[in-house]
Design a protein around this ligand. Structure first.
Ligand SMILES: Cc1cc2nc3c(=O)[nH]c(=O)nc-3n(C[C@H](O)[C@H](O)[C@H](O)COP(=O)(O)OP(=O)(O)OC[C@H]3O[C@@H](n4cnc5c(N)ncnc54)[C@H](O)[C@@H]3O)c2cc1C
Length: 323
């Protein structure tokens, strides 16, 4: 019987496990993919927006030669922290549901059952893309995840979206020799695009290196083209690949099966939890990291979400050792 089981080995899940362990609690993580699975899936040469000290967990310095760490730096950092702390991590095991109550939960996975007194849900949001809901979305040349540009050199590529991920993908693809058409639902590149990326993209559009269609939406995707609706009428754009970078959302079905209740007053359907302890309305069940924001996926990130770990560990230790 563990004191606490953490679901998800992202940066915040790892932080939760190590803080709990440092308080003398028995802790384990169960993770459906690889360690820091979301970061493994980020664009190959992605650069973080945050400086390294803001991504640190457990007080471990994050050494990097870069002002803004690269994906590989972060992958290396978090695996070193997890190994240094000798955390117990069950990889490639998916949590399905749980039964019982605080002090006696039984977490059911695709590989068995794990008894635990408390549970922390740190499952992030990166596994479920927001669908476009148009015919052809499931064709093999359509992806919700951008990795790297070189497979698209000398080809037409359509990028859908106007936030950070689509802005960075459009710029990288253009510089790697692809011809990019950007499809934007709104009337401009989002204000939330980082201040050093937004002018770069706007200038590439202004000089005609990237074609952008604003107030536009996709109506269908074919094997060699996309149909869009624009204020000037319908258009068909030839393309060899489509990146639909329209965001992601947490697994609400899983949250429901675990007993995490959404806040009815929050449009983003964020979990209801006590901000002092991160305990949900189900006693013994906690939420940590980006999942705390519900569909508002930029409310919590590593910089601020990593601090959830100390709050939860302190509360659990006080509870377990007072018994
Ligand atoms: C391109 C990009 C750039 C970013 N840059 C920054 C940045 O510069 N600074 C910053 O602070 N944040 C940044 N973020 C946000 C940040 O990466 C996320 O906030 C961070 O990964 C959140 O950590 P987490 O531990 O809450 O969730 P995640 O890292 O998403 O971890 C959740 C884990 O739970 C696992 N999981 C899910 N369901 C189950 C299940 N049923 N059973 C078992 N395991 C499960 C997943 O596989 C995953 O490994 C960026 C995000 C993106 C997409």
């Amino acid at each position: 019987m563990l004191d606490v089981l953490i679901i998800g080995a992202g940066p915040v899940g790892i932080a939760c496990a190590l803080e709990a362990q440092r308080k003398g609690l028995t802790a384990a993580i169960v993770e459906k993919g690889a360690l820091v699975n979301s970061i493994v899936g980020y664009p190959t040469n992605m650069e973080f927006f945050s400086t390294p000290e803001l991504l640190e967990i457990g007080g471990y310095p994050f050494p990097t030669a870069h002002y803004k760490p690269l994906r590989e730096d972060a992958l290396d950092y978090y695996q070193r922290v997890a190994r240094s702390e000798k955390l117990t991590i069950r990889l490639h095991e998916t949590v399905l549901r749980m039964t019982g109550e605080q002090g006696n939960f039984l977490v059911e996975t695709d590989k068995g059952q794990i008894p635990t007194r408390n549970v922390v849900v740190a499952t992030g949001f990166y596994d479920l893309p927001n669908p476009l809901g148009v015919p052809g979305e499931d064709l093999p040349h359509v992806s919700h995840y951008y990795k790297e540009p070189y497979r698209h050199v000398l080809q037409n590529v359509v990028v859908i979206g106007a936030k950070n991920s689509s802005a960075k993908a459009a710029l990288q693809l253009t510089r790697a020799g692809a011809t990019v058409t950007l499809i934007v639902r709104g009337s401009a590149i989002s204000d939330s695009v980082k201040y050093w990326i937004r002018p770069d993209l706007i200038n590439r559009i202004a000089e005609g290196r990237i074609t952008a269609h604003f107030n536009a939406s996709i109506t269908a995707i074919h094997s060699d083209a996309v149909d869009i609706r624009t204020p000037d009428g319908p258009l068909t754009i030839p393309t060899t690949f489509v990146y639909a970078l329209t965001g992601y959302h947490p697994d609400e079905a899983l949250l429901g099966r675990l007993g995490v209740e959404p806040d009815p007053a929050d449009e983003a359907r964020a979990p209801l939890f006590d901000p002092a302890t991160h305990e949900t309305t189900r006693p013994g069940l906690f939420v940590a990291g980006t999942v705390c924001g519900g569909r508002a996926t930029s409310r919590w990130y590593i910089e601020n979400g990593r601090h959830h770990a100390q709050l939860i560990a302190a509360h659990l230790a006080a509870q377990v050792f007072s018994l």
